[in-house]
Design a protein around this ligand. Structure first.
Ligand SMILES: Cc1cc2nc3c(=O)[nH]c(=O)nc-3n(C[C@H](O)[C@H](O)[C@H](O)COP(=O)(O)OP(=O)(O)OC[C@H]3O[C@@H](n4cnc5c(N)ncnc54)[C@H](O)[C@@H]3O)c2cc1C
Length: 471
């Protein structure tokens, strides 16, 4: 029998990434019964850099009277003053204030694995029912039953729920099984070399790298060249370093897209792009087993996030797999998670209505941000950046943290729009999902280098429809 109040809802959540963990915590805090299922045996420590800015950071800040925010802040890049941009010739192009200046900014940047551990610990604290080492083999979505069939240590098991939230990441099984979508994985043509390691005393002697290793100050630097850009972060009193290098890549990827990286391959790319000595030093200092070659997969936007019954949804990277240049993939996953929990709380047990409202709140905003990751990458990569060009187009070589993105209050937004969108759902208002959903709230047109008729304008806007979607 379906529950009559949201308090009784059994919410099956697949995937304990930031999307699934946040959804489970937010559902639990709202009195529901989330069951979180994850294929890995525990919280994953993998990954290197991840930045949460205020639109997601305010969610962490809202937990346990701000304690989770404090923990994330303590673990992250909290003592940087600037974000500095350089070109391949190591010429300083711009220096922006580093946003994580104080608690109110709710900006948490640092090692993904460490931040994931902190959020996982909070899920344990609030009592989320977490079931690790269980891989979902089948999603169920019939009139009478919703749930998942999992393979785990005790063999096959079926877990039923009133609603299923599939936060199963870019390789989502739910997309094909719940939405009947063919796999539309597209090789983006780019890949990332990435690494995280502890800085040793020996590394502190390296002439160029030593400039980035400071006892009292974290450093965040960005280099951009033709078809390549990269970040180096140092933090934790000069003890931790992470770097990511995005480059053109012609490998024909299959389902696996994360491989051990080869130092000689990175050297080749650095040489071709003429990147400065600091990159060679940092690469030379990186333990070989820490270099990862991560192929960037792009997923085209999907027409709906809901299953046929409208009682199951895909969310996070399963719904919108951003390129890292949006700098918003995880932040948008967190927004999805909170919005879904609020809609389920408000739906009085009618999860099909609740999820339809959820989708209409989230669709356009997430879509525009997802799509802009291509535009942003091309603006970085398809121009020869000099101080003069930056001066001429100061809004182009930036991390696009516009106020409409970062100052967004996901809690207030869902509360504000729930009732009117529910009315639309109930009245059967007609239109495409883009027309029925809330406007995105902004666009990225300020980044365009207008006078240059840039390649990104010709090639990417029609496909990405970045400035065409209503805002
Ligand atoms: C190099 C890089 C840098 C990035 N930087 C940023 C950044 O600065 N800011 C930002 O906001 N975003 C960033 N992103 C994007 C961000 O990492 C992702 O958007 C985000 O982590 C997606 O979270 P998710 O929970 O949706 O998916 P995932 O983290 O992929 O989690 C999915 C989970 O589902 C589990 N799973 C999958 N299938 C099954 C199954 N069948 N059964 C059980 N479990 C299953 C997986 O094991 C996994 O734990 C970056 C991405 C990259 C690659």
């Amino acid at each position: 029998m379906s529950p009559t109040t949201s308090k009784d809802l059994r919410v099956v959540i697949v995937g304990a990434g930031f999307c699934g963990l946040t959804a489970a915590i937010e559902c639990k805090l709202r009195g529901m019964h989330p069951i979180l299922i994850e294929a890995y045996p525990g919280p994953s420590s993998h990954g290197d850099l991840l930045d949460f800015v205020k639109n997601a950071g305010r969610v962490f800040e809202s937990w346990d009277g701000g304690k989770i925010g404090r923990r994330l802040m303590a673990a992250g890049v909290n003592a940087a003053k600037h974000l500095e941009f350089f070109n391949a010739q190591d010429v300083l192009l711009r220096r922006d204030p580093w946003p994580q200046a104080n608690d109110e900014d709710c900006v948490y940047a640092g090692h993904r694995g460490e931040m994931h551990r902190i959020v996982h610990e909070y899920a344990v604290e609030v009592g989320v029912d977490m079931r690790f080492s269980r891989r979902v083999a089948r999603y169920l979505d019939t009139d009478s039953a919703r749930g998942v069939v999992v393979n785990g240590p005790d063999g096959e098991e079926t877990i039923f729920g009133d609603v299923v939230l599939a936060c199963d990441g870019p390789r989502s099984l739910a997309r094909s099984q719940l939405l009947n979508l063919p796999d539309t994985k597209v090789n983006s043509g780019y890949a990332i070399f990435r690494a995280y390691f502890n800085i040793t005393d020996e590394m502190r002697q390296l002439p160029a790298f030593s400039d980035m290793i400071q006892e009292g100050e974290d450093r965040v630097r960005f280099w951009v060249g033709r078809d390549m850009h990269g970040f180096i972060y140092t933090w934790n009193h000069g003890r931790d370093c992470a770097w990511v290098l995005t480059h053109l890549d012609d490998a024909d990827i299959a389902e696996t897209w994360s491989f051990p990286g080869k130092r000689e391959d990175v050297v080749r790319y650095l040489r071709e792009a003429g990147f400065p000595p600091i990159w060679h030093e940092v690469l030379g200092a990186t333990p070989a087993d820490r270099i990862i070659d991560y192929k960037l997969v792009w997923r085209d936007p999907i027409p709906t996030w809901l299953s046929g019954s409208k009682k199951c949804a895909v969310m996070g990277d399963a719904a919108h797999c951003h390129l890292p240049t949006s700098a918003q993939g995880a932040c948008q996953a967190v927004e999805d998670a909170v919005t879904a929990a609020i809609c389920l709380q408000k739906c009085n047990g009618n999860v099909a209505e609740g999820l339809q409202v959820f989708e209409r709140i989230r669709f356009n905003r997430s879509h525009v941000i997802h799509q802009a990751s291509i535009l942003t990458r091309n603006i970085y990569h398809k121009n020869d950046w000099t101080p003069d060009l930056v001066e001429e187009y100061p809004d182009s070589l930036i991390i696009p943290f516009y106020p409409w993105i970062t100052n967004f209050d996901v809690f207030a937004n869902a509360e504000e729009h729930y009732e009117s969108l529910l009315e639309d759902v109930r009245s059967g208002k007609q239109g495409t999902l883009e027309q029925l959903a809330l406007p995105a709230g902004g666009d990225y047109s300020a980044m365009l280098l207008e006078k240059r008729a840039p390649e990104e304008k010709r090639e990417e806007l029609p496909r990405a429809s970045v400035v065409q979607v209503q805002s």
